[in-house]
Design a protein around this ligand. Sequence first.
Ligand SMILES: [Zn+2]
Length: 286
Amino acid sequence: MVKKLVFLTVALPVIFAQQGRLRVIAIGAHPDDCDIKFGGTAAKLAKAGHAVKFLSVTNGDAGHQEMGGGVLAKRRYLETQESGRRLGIAEYEVLDNHDGELTPTIEVRRQIIRAIRRWNADIVLAPRPNDYHPDHRYTGVLVQDAAYMVQVPNVAADVPALRHSPVFMYYQDGFQKPSPFRPDVVVAIDDVWDVKANALDAHVSQFYEWLPWVDNRLAEVPKDPAERKQWIRKQRVQPLSKEVLATLERRYGGEAAKKARYTESFELCEYGRRASIAELDKLFPK
Ligand SMILES: [Zn+2]
């Protein structure tokens, strides 16, 4: 989908000045991870005319209590396309790697290097490599391992290497070891919360079937589509940590920060280009 061009009003470094349009790729392990961690910010970026792509590294063919394999992968793929449409992003790609079995192999690393290069990404988002789910953990490792290699021409040589280093960011998580998440930039998403909730609602096999089943809460899920959409909205409310609140106040000012209920936060990865906090404030939408 071609979005209309909107020029940023802030001064951006030369590499981002591709007609004022950022190219952003969010990478997740499963066909709903990017939506959960980045859906609100993605909707804001897309609305402002930036090119946003989601990439799921696995096809989601394992996480379900009643179905699996190709039938489930196909269903999950269709859900990603609907979610991407609701968010207004340019593309949602799903790689055909098995769910629950992801390992940080050279082959998958090459897939990620190629995807970042093809998107000509300015910003890459991924999970931190500390996580309860091995697929999330190895997605974090794979993206870290790709961070330098995207610039090395002889690696995955069939796709030209980038001549710039993208900024790599981590999604927020609650894991404390070996180090807790640090919110370098916080985006208040109250104004797009409906859009995000509507995108999550597209993942029927995840939010209304698999996740409640694995949590032993399947009986709580309303049958009526409108009621279950309200239900998903309530499930996804998270209290803001004091670190998130402090960053929110710095970025938005005290009064606006007090009103914020829904946020998405991101931490700068030490690999890739090290943007300053002031620059991150400009790159991420408000
Ligand atoms: Zn996941």
